[in-house]
Design a protein around this ligand. Structure first.
Ligand code: AP5
Ligand code: ZN
Length: 214
């Protein structure tokens, strides 16, 4: 099963990716997590990406397309994958098509901007696994610690309100056009398109996804 998770920053893509990975046994390809790993490792890519990400802008299509192409070619992606945060621009979607990457389902998470700002202020993440928590809506069992590894949770560098608002602006301008793009793809019979209410509780959204993808 090849799935695209489409939605604003904080809409719940990473949270539901964790659920879907477990349910379908397919890997999560999060371009954001890949870039953050490059930043932690101090690579050339990481150094270039950090400045752009801290400003809430998008990393260049060329860099991102190269990263995803390489990742999708790996053996664990041959039976499917979850694209989380990619594609995010029309050129990225076109590049996938040109490279013959077919998707079965596109899932759009619908959440209003004001809810998103509140979600981001309480987000805590476990960088090594990509697991995501919220201090109120999805708290870890032990405060500040990852449920599985017991390691420390961290606050993402781009989660300050000012940066979140910038990221939302970028989403509406550059990523939202993909809604029509994939609705058209679905109408042409190239994939299925589903819009889910991302404001429901985490478990309720997971249940809806399980039904949609059954
Ligand atoms: P990326 O890491 O992809 O960030 P994003 O798309 O902005 O999305 P987030 O990870 O912030 O949100 P999410 O939808 O995963 O929500 P989550 O599940 O964590 O990208 C970061 C940056 O990298 C970009 O700004 C850009 O610079 C660069 N980049 C990445 N990909 C790129 C690309 N393709 N092209 C160019 N540049 C790229 O949930 C958020 C919070 O809400 C959590 O606290 C969670 O616990 C909580 N929550 C989740 N669901 C619910 C719910 N149903 N109810 C209540 N709370 C919930
Ligand atoms: Zn995410």
């Amino acid at each position: 099963m090849r799935i695209i998770l489409l939605g604003a920053p904080g809409a719940g893509k990473g949270t539901q990716a964790q659920f879907l990975m477990g349910k379908f046994g397919i890997p999560q390809i999060s371009t954001g997590d890949m870039l953050r790993a490059a930043i932690s490792a101090g690579t050339e890519l990481g150094l270039a990406a950090k400045k752009v990400m801290d400003e809430g802008k998008l990393v260049s299509d060329e860099i991102i397309i190269g990263l995803v192409k390489e990742r999708i070619a790996q053996p664990d992606c041959q039976n499917g994958f979850l694209l989380d945060g990619f594609p995010r621009t029309i050129p990225q979607a076109d590049a996938m098509k040109e490279n013959g990457v077919v998707v079965d389902h596109v899932i759009e998470f619908d959440v209003a901007d004001d809810i998103i700002v509140e979600r981001m202020s309480g987000r805590r993440v476990h960088p090594a696994s990509g697991r995501v928590y919220h201090v109120t809506y999805n708290p870890p069992k032990v405060e500040g610690k990852d449920d599985v590894s017991g390691e420390d949770l961290v606050i993402r560098a781009d989660d300050q309100e000012e940066t979140v608002r910038k990221r939302l602006g970028v989403y509406h301008e550059q990523t939202k056009p993909l809604v029509d793009y994939y609705r058209n793809e679905a109408q042409s019979g190239n994939c299925a398109y589903h819009k889910v209410d991302g404001t429901k509780a985490v478990d309720a959204v997971s249940r809806e996804l399980a039904e949609l993808l059954a």
